[in-house]
Write a protein of this length. Structure first.
Lengths: 160, 200
């Protein structure tokens, strides 16, 4: 089966068959959207929560808010129906822990919160998630059935 | 960031900054391990931040990253990276053959190594430029390269789509330990560093 890689600050949409994968997800958040009726899968690997917080925001896939919107648009272009779309979110860990308060180090948490907020606004239901912690994740998103395999080093492997 | 600004002379100056900093760091590392440490000529690299996670080969490669933040006149971060085998050999050289990588003692030893390497680098940088630079306490992560390197990538993501950094490779004489030291100042700090040295 074709495996399509989604890099950092990147997003891809496919119609089944095929697998979307993103490797070594740390504080970034992976947003997997799926329309089961039309077998259309979209995966975004976003780095930062909100595009309006940043001056340099041309790359929409870099941000959770603009990334999710673009992902939905691209899925609809491929034939997905918005009301069919459900979401799974992965990532948003804190790779380094410091005692001091520092917003940048909590970026993982903020990315996950932003994803939940934007998906709620878009009326897209989150059916499962594997977020937080202090470790990296690799995901494989199967467009045939919408399953998402999450692999880690030392924290097991699971399907969500 | 505008690439055009970085002409050959600027790149040379940055290389020299890296050279002096890494030279000190290598000396500190060598005296701690009582062994010879060689280093390459530092590379000044300008890459897209998306490419940072692939810097050390695969995104899923297991690595050890020791991360410190730079503050005051220069903002940014410094990261000392070891492949897993090097980290194992390093703790054995420090603590004896029985030491295991994931033990608390080994983790503190690695943190301390990172601390000393980074401080020596930053001290010489500070002396050279006359700028005041302080470093945070070190933090460590042992995980996928992509996940670890996403941390500095995100910081750069705030200001730019590209990043400029100085990379040095350290090598112990029997090749038991290999490390990469990345100095990642933010864009404004680069300008400060250069103007303190009379460039521009």
């Amino acid at each position: 089966m074709t495996i399509i890689k989604v890099g950092m600050a990147d997003l891809k949409v496919i119609k089944a068959p095929g697998i979307l994968t993103t490797l070594g997800l740390g504080s970034c958040v992976g947003i997997a959207l799926y329309d089961n009726a039309n077998k259309i899968a979209g995966l975004a690997h976003a780095m930062l929560p909100f595009s309006n917080e940043i001056i340099k925001n041309e790359n929409k896939a870099k941000f959770v808010d603009s990334g999710i919107k673009l992902l939905i648009e691209k899925m609809i272009e491929k034939g997905a129906k918005k009301e069919n779309i459900v979401a799974k979110i992965v990532g948003g860990s804190q790779m380094f822990s410091y005692n001091m308060e520092c917003s940048i180090l909590k970026i993982g948490e903020r990315n996950v919160m932003a994803a939940k907020m934007i998906l709620k606004n878009e009326k897209i239901k989150i059916i499962s998630e594997d977020t937080g912690g202090n470790y990296g994740r690799t995901i494989q998103f199967n467009s045939q059935d919408g399953s998402v395999i999450v692999k880690t080093i030392g924290h097991g492997i699971k399907t969500i | 960031m505008d690439n055009g600004k970085f002409d050959f002379m600027t790149i040379d100056v940055l290389k020299e900054i890296g050279n002096i900093g890494s030279g000190n760091a290598a000396t500190a590392l060598a005296s701690m391990l009582s062994t010879r440490i060689d280093m390459n000529v530092p590379k000044v690299r300008i890459i897209k931040f998306e490419e940072i996670p692939t810097l050390l080969g695969g995104e899923e490669e297991l690595i050890v990253g020791i991360y410190l933040k730079l503050k005051e006149d220069i903002e940014g971060s410094i990261m000392f990276i070891l492949d897993i085998e090097s980290a194992q050999n390093l703790v054995k050289m420090l603590l004896g053959d029985k030491a295991q990588l994931l033990e608390e003692m080994s983790i503190s030893a690695l943190l301390e190594i990172g601390n000393i390497v980074a401080s020596s680098y930053v001290n010489s940088l500070s002396l050279l430029t006359g700028l005041k630079i302080t470093i945070s306490i070190p933090a460590i992560a042992i995980d996928m390269a992509g996940a670890i390197l996403s941390v500095p990538a995100i910081e750069f993501g705030y200001i730019s789509d590209q990043t400029l950094f100085i990379e040095t490779v350290f090598k112990q004489k029997e090749d038991l330990v290999r490390g990469n030291l990345l100095l990642l100042p933010d864009i404004n700090s680069f300008e400060k560093m250069l103007s303190s040295l009379g460039v521009h």
